[in-house]
Design a protein around this ligand. Structure first.
Ligand code: NAP
Length: 458
């Protein structure tokens, strides 16, 4: 085939775009490496040379994964930003990242970032500022690392209506839950293994408490439903309470437990005053029982996947590496090339379409099936009493299973032993379920409610 067919126009080839990189950590160092190593290929794809004009860091002498020219490094991020056409922000955290992105926009630079923490808090105001300046702010790397998910939602599905997005968007928690599922390990042992293998940070709080997934959930929801959502709109529950017994019981019943970020369009519950708006969006992160034949159930180890349901497209799944320097750099470079092409060819930046009409619905608007584990007295009439209580609160039971533990069998003094009850309900509201669980806790035949988990995908 004629290679000339793929060459950019000669005039465009001569253009140079100055690229400022903020941060040279796990991701930034790989982005710098690719910009330098693949300069010719990137120029051919872009129609302009992407000149790495500098790299801002805290400590110029810090050891790096990649050997990069020392003269590129600076601690003066602000000056670097002011001379750039494209600014790549890979510092992380809220400040100084936010101020530097604003400075970049003020100076007319296109911005690429992977900073989910910042976008989940301040995304809408930053997109608005970029839009107002006619500039592009892209952030494919902020959700699910290497997986191209934001661009398909924003561009490929722009003519469709998304109804639900369910994502495994945190590799650490997926690794832990997968370890527990495949080896029977406890949460603590699986976390220790994740730390040993480098999947979990020294302080794993943001991962195991669901905060990282919640930030990504807010970003996914905003793009999917054309409405700005922030971190505080996300109902968030982590995986620290998930026990080996929960995992085993779920497995026994044909389910796997995953930490999902779910953004879902729902009818506004009766009685909610939303100015006549009929639908809203609930955004939530919580451990979820999925049938073992659901596509997301096959996502093992530290991998990520996002499952989308749309009115016309039906079901779609995007799968891949959700973190890591080089995989994440791939997403960053994709944004850089795309933005640079636009700078070469002209035309306005891609803007966010935030119609802003869908209200945020709290967790009380959600109806799901529930899995409930109970430790109850092993005596006649227990099942009838529990069933009656569920019926009284309008929650219907789909399946109930009782396991009597021999070691916990009737005591010598005649006191009843205990039995484990596992109940899967039909769809019920959060309020009805909470009232049922509260009432169950008050029964004298109940020793404890061992777990309450939501079920999706059935
Ligand atoms: P990292 O390894 O901690 O690197 C951060 C870099 O930013 C370091 O080079 C650091 O400089 C520099 N930096 C931090 N604060 C600075 C400041 N005040 N002034 C100047 N430089 C500063 O972070 P990372 O893992 O590469 O992540 C970067 C971003 O990508 C984050 O927003 C993260 O959420 C996102 N992301 C990461 C991954 C991943 O797999 N790691 C995946 C998706 C998205 P020094 O080197 O001098 O300390």
């Amino acid at each position: 085939m004629d290679a000339a067919v793929f060459s950019p126009p000669a005039s465009a080839e001569t253009k140079t775009l100055k690229v400022a990189l903020l941060g040279a950590g796990n991701v930034g160092a790989q982005v710098a490496r690719i910009l330098l190593e693949d300069a010719d290929a990137l120029a051919a794809r872009t129609g302009a040379r992407l000149e790495l004009s500098g790299i801002a860091v805290r400590n110029i002498d810090a050891p790096r994964d990649v050997d990069l020219p020392r003269e590129l490094f600076t601690t003066d991020a602000s000056t670097l930003v002011r001379g750039a056409d494209v600014v790549i922000e890979l510092m992380g955290g809220l400040e100084p990242a936010r101020t530097l992105i604003l400075e970049a926009i003020e100076h007319g630079a296109t911005v690429v970032t992977g900073n989910k923490a910042l976008l989940a808090v301040d995304g809408p105001s930053l997109y608005e500022k970029a839009d107002a300046a006619g500039l592009e702010l892209s952030y494919e790397a902020a959700v699910a690392g290497a997986i191209p998910i934001l661009r398909p939602i924003r561009d490929s599905l722009a003519g469709d209506k998304i109804t639900r997005v369910m994502g495994i968007v945190n590799g650490t928690t997926n690794f832990i839950l997968d370890q527990m599922d495949t080896t029977g390990a406890s949460f603590e042992d699986a976390l220790a293994e994740a730390t040993r293998l480098g999947y979990a940070e020294a302080d794993p709080t943001a991962d195991i408490e669901g905060h990282d997934a919640a930030a990504k959930g807010a970003i996914l929801a905003s793009l999917s439903f054309h409405t700005p959502f922030s971190l505080e709109d996300v109902h968030c529950q982590g995986i620290t309470q998930v026990t080996a017994a929960d995992i085993a019981a779920a497995k026994d019943a044909g389910f796997v437990i995953k930490l999902l970020a779910i953004a879902q369009k729902l009818p506004v519950p009766a009685g909610n005053d939303n100015g006549g708006v009929q639908a809203g969006v609930s955004v939530r992160v919580h451990p979820t029982l999925l049938p073992r034949d659901h596509p997301l159930a096959a996502v093992h180890g530290a991998f990520n996947a996002v499952f989308i349901e749309a009115e016309s497209a039906g079901e779609l799944m995007f799968y891949g590496q959700g973190a890591g320097g080089t995989p994440t750099a791939s997403a960053v470079l994709g944004d850089v090339v795309s933005a640079a092409r636009r700078l070469v060819l002209g035309g306005p930046g891609r803007t966010e379409t935030t119609t802003g009409v869908l209200p945020v619905l709290g967790i009380e608007a959600v109806t799901t099936q529930y899995y409930i584990g109970l430790d109850a007295a092993d005596q006649p009439g227990v099942l009838a009493k529990i069933s009656a209580l569920f019926a009284e609160h309008g929650v219907s039971i789909e399946a109930m299973r009782q396991t009597v533990h021999r070691e916990r069998g009737p005591h010598d003094d005649g006191a009843p032993g205990s039995a484990e009850l596992r109940i899967v309900t039909h769809r019920a509201s959060e309020a009805a379920l909470a009232a049922t669980v509260q009432a169950i806790k008050g029964l004298d035949i109940i020793n404890s409610v061992t777990s309450v988990l939501r079920v999706e995908g059935v």
